[in-house]
Design a binder for this molecule. Structure first.
Ligand SMILES: [Zn+2]
Length: 113
């Protein structure tokens, strides 16, 4: 071994002494998810991590589940319900108008002060 050429000889990837030598990969396991469009996607999880029941399909974006015969996408056929629609469902339009009027009255009061 020649110590004189140590620096010149330390080319990337050539030395067994490199400190960033890969450590052992973390243990992982694969989970297969099925979406309503028939895609099966293999997702890798850390071995000790719990995998979720559903996962967005990487190919079509639909929710995918663990059960091939019953993918979760099918139950989501109805359009996404917005928060506003949800609120409207619980309150009649009349109520909403009353609440709005009340809010406006309060606002005017505050401005009048
Ligand atoms: Zn899909």
């Amino acid at each position: 071994m020649s110590s004189g050429s140590a620096i010149r000889g330390s080319r990337v990837g050539s030395s067994p002494m490199r400190p960033d030598e890969r450590s052992e990969p973390a243990p992982r396991r694969q989970v297969t998810y099925f979406c309503a469009a028939g895609h099966d996607s293999i997702i890798w999880f850390a071995a000790e991590a719990a995998n979720p029941d559903t996962w967005d399909c990487p190919r079509c974006g639909q929710p995918a589940g663990l059960d091939r015969s019953n993918p979760p996408g099918r139950s989501r056929a109805e359009p996404y319900k917005s928060h506003l629609a949800y609120v409207k469902e619980r309150r009649s339009d009349e109520d909403a108008a009353a609440i709005l009027a009340e809010a406006l009255a309060k606002l005017r009061q505050r401005r009048g002060e």
